[in-house]
Design a protein around this ligand. Structure first.
Ligand SMILES: [Zn+2]
Length: 117
């Protein structure tokens, strides 16, 4: 079974948090986002399921992760906005896409916006 490894590949290593004037802070996504858990050992995090859906402007991937330290399950929700910000001047420019990471608990309750990827 290589499913787990494949799922790991789907998870960006870092999210970036904007700190206003102080630039961006890098935050590892190899950690448990459940309350009262400080697990940041990737070996104790087991991604086991993925859901993917898409509507016109955005693509959403939800990766379900089991934490072996607290025994809980949380979800990393990766949302890619496919908004195309093309200006007529620079028609060769790549369309901009932006990714947002959220953490959800097992019941889909939002634990917060983590950052960008
Ligand atoms: Zn945990």
């Amino acid at each position: 079974m290589t499913d787990e490894e494949d799922l790991r590949d789907e998870i960006p290593t870092y999210a970036y948090i904007s700190l206003a004037r102080r630039g961006m802070e890098k935050l590892s996504l190899d950690q448990c986002f459940l309350k009262n858990c400080d697990n940041d050992d990737p070996k104790l995090l087991e991604p086991f399921k993925k859901e993917e859906f898409e509507n016109g402007k955005e693509q959403v991937r939800k990766i379900y992760i089991k934490c072996k330290k607290c025994g809980g399950t949380f979800i990393l929700k990766l949302k890619t906005l496919k908004q195309i910000a093309k200006s007529t001047k620079d028609s060769n420019e790549e369309p901009l896409s932006m990714g947002l990471v959220y953490a959800l608990d097992e019941d889909d309750n939002n634990l917060g916006h983590i950052g960008y990827f």
